[in-house]
Design a protein around this ligand. Structure first.
Ligand SMILES: *Cc1c(COP(=O)(O)O)cnc(C)c1O
Length: 257
């Protein structure tokens, strides 16, 4: 809360009163969510705002918590774990939304509350084993490559149904829904079909897997379109925390278009 305690670097990036800035940004994002819900005749309560906090330092996340945020989503497990330890005293939860290497499973299971990038059976099997050891379950979202770019993580749309079938072998994993990153483009004519495909995939499997009901899709640049197409979780970073110093290619392979 005390702006004077912030370094000049952090003040330059987040402003003199980050909590106030975040409150205003959250209000603006909420207004956009409301509008998108109204346009698509959806109830606001059917959409969850998941704040994405990668590159935002723990001391700034304290101020974000003060501004009302109680869950933080991170792309990289190691970064998330460091922050979760620094913020142990706060009642915040953690979501991992980026690709997970099997050597990071133990770390994730130690602190994460949900995982949005399940993309292989090998990973599912090892996650399940670790969860059993630690005596817990984990809500997961199955990542689907809806843009059909080779550079993206995620299952091929054709494999989703069989994958969900196979996941039933792993009782510690609680599949909640599907997740995708749309093509990174300002052209909503290209983005919308990615979201629509994810919804159609969910609809196709919903009779056999009624618990797989959620759609984790939409980021700062496209969450309104995602809501129009049925998103139940929007993962929003920059619209709340400002632009990042690291390029997105640090988090997912560069897209050529
Ligand atoms: C960073 C990230 C987001 C949020 O992107 P913004 O442009 O900051 O809104 C969403 N999903 C994933 C997987 C991310 O890594």
């Amino acid at each position: 809360m005390n702006a004077q305690a912030l370094s000049p670097e952090l003040t330059a990036r987040f402003g003199p009163d980050p909590a106030q800035t975040f409150r205003a940004n959250i209000a603006a994002v909420e207004a956009r969510i409301d509008q998108a819900c109204k346009r698509s005749d959806r109830d606001r309560s059917s959409v969850r705002l998941l704040p994405v906090t990668k590159t935002v330092p723990a001391e700034i996340l304290r101020l974000a918590n003060l501004a009302g945020l109680q869950i933080f989503a991170e792309n990289k497990v190691q970064e998330a774990q460091g922050k979760s330890q620094e913020l142990m005293d706060l009642p915040v939860r953690w979501a991992i939304v980026g690709h997970l290497q099997t050597n990071k499973i133990k770390t994730l299971v130690a602190f994460a509350d949900e995982f949005h990038a399940l993309d292989s059976l090998r990973l599912a099997e090892k996650l399940d084993a670790r969860l059993a050891r630690d005596g817990r379950v984990l809500p997961v979202y199955v990542q689907v490559n809806t843009s059909r770019e080779d550079s993206k993580f995620g299952l091929s749309p054709n494999d989703v149904s069989g994958f969900l079938e196979d996941l039933q072998r792993f009782p510690r994993l609680k599949p909640k829904g599907l997740m995708t990153l749309a093509v990174l483009s300002g052209d909503m004519g290209m983005v919308r079909p990615c979201f629509r495909l994810l919804r159609e995939l969910r609809d196709d499997v919903s009779h056999r897997f009624p618990d797989v009901s959620e759609l984790s899709m939409g980021m700062s640049g496209d969450f309104e379109v995602a809501i129009e197409e049925g998103a139940s979780v929007v993962r929003v970073g920059q619209a709340i925390f400002g632009s990042r110093p690291t390029p997105d290619s640090h988090y997912w392979p560069e897209v050529s278009n």
